[in-house]
Design a protein around this ligand. Structure first.
Ligand code: ADP
Ligand code: TRP
Length: 331
């Protein structure tokens, strides 16, 4: 049986963090044996918000290195850089003719970015979801492992695919957001203010490149309170987040101990954070060290990126031929 196609991308706009790992990369790694996987660095997308390219090459290399350090095997998947696949840009052009200004302006991420960068509301920002749909549809992917914040973009990709199929004939399957749990995971920042993120609120985000002491320092500063006043209380979301992190990196008996302490109102948040800090150091350290090794080996990186581009272009050009045939642009 033919394997289902899986695709996802990460923007090279800063250091990867635990939200990226648990919301995205962990799933990539789990999927690589079972599916036909395409994972890429969305460097065109990063230009919509980060027009300065001084750091870009370094960031692209780091994202590739960190993905491999997290367990992605470039021999099993196509691991590539978006701008190495010009077929995506051509599909983006066709899909732009099927995307309406009104729906693009209503997109949550667009409105958010207009608020954040009112002086740079460029057309690329407006058509961001069209480029993302092109990334997905160019490989006719059906499963897209992403965090919760990307669900609206996936819905738009399905709309564009459907519109194309309706107008020109059936070329694209409908892509779906995918996560191994029932719910898409969202990792909040350590102060409880919004999500962990590549560029905002850096002292409250745990990065895969953070050294041991910095990890400890950030976790010990995480927001807590004086503890529950009644047995079996509902946890405030910043406490829930600490428990989420604990459940991701500590063993189940440790989690149970602190859950019980919380439910019995005898929890000591200082102890909880110390335990979390040590388990987090154990989790992040090997990833950080492996990523640094790969990143320093430029020849290896080049080889991996080149090999990924070849795999991605083979699939992309096959789709583009069908797209052109469907539109009738095959003279
Ligand atoms: P960031 O928001 O840090 O810039 P991206 O937008 O490039 O990261 O996201 C890359 C992937 O990581 C996406 O699939 C996104 O949904 C996921 N992701 C990012 N932040 C989080 C988070 N805090 N929790 C869960 N998933 C996240
Ligand atoms: N928009 C995604 C993000 O900010 C990154 C991305 C670009 C992507 N193209 C994609 C994710 C295609 C999945 C599929 O996280």
């Amino acid at each position: 049986m033919k394997k289902e196609v899986v695709l996802s991308g990460i923007r090279p706009t800063g250091f990867l963090h635990l939200g990226n790992y648990f919301g995205a990369m962990r799933n990539y790694v789990r999927m690589q044996d079972e599916f036909n996987c395409y994972f890429f660095v969305a460097n065109w997308h990063s230009l919509t918000t980060h027009p300065d390219t001084k750091e870009l090459q370094n960031s692209v290399h780091r994202v590739i290195a960190e993905n491999i350090a997290c367990g992605l095997d470039p021999a099993k998947v196509a691991l590539y850089v978006q701008s190495d696949v010009p077929e995506i840009a051509e599909l983006y052009l066709y899909l732009n003719m099927l995307a309406y200004k009104g729906e693009l302006e209503k997109t949550t991420t667009f409105k958010e970015k207009v608020r954040l960068q009112p002086d740079n509301v460029n057309a690329g920002l407006l058509t961001y979801p069209v480029l993302m749909a092109s990334d997905i549809l160019i490989h006719r992917a059906v499963k897209v492992p992403v965090g919760k914040d990307q669900e609206q973009h996936l819905e738009m990709a399905r709309n564009f695919a459907e519109r194309f199929n309706y107008r020109y004939g059936n070329v694209f399957p409908a892509p779906q957001a995918f996560n191994f749990g029932n719910e898409l995971i969202k990792i909040m920042s350590l102060d409880g203010n919004g999500k962990m993120s590549k560029s905002e609120n850096q002292m409250n985000t745990l990065y895969l490149a953070d050294d041991d002491d910095l990890i400890r320092k950030k976790i010990m500063k995480a927001k807590t309170d004086s503890g529950p006043a009644e047995k079996n209380s509902v946890k405030p979301d910043y406490i829930e987040n600490i428990f989420t992190l604990l459940s991701l990196v500590s063993d189940p008996s440790t989690v149970k101990k602190f859950e019980d302490d919380f439910n019995n109102c005898i929890i000591r948040y200082g102890d909880l954070k110390k335990q979390l800090a040590e388990d987090m150091v154990k989790f992040i350290k090997p990833i950080r060290e492996k990523a640094a090794d790969i990143q320093n080996n430029k020849d290896l990186l080049k080889k991996i990126i080149h090999q990924g581009a070849e795999k991605a272009r083979a699939s992309a050009s096959a789709t583009l031929t069908e797209v052109r045939n469907a539109i009738g642009m095959n003279y």
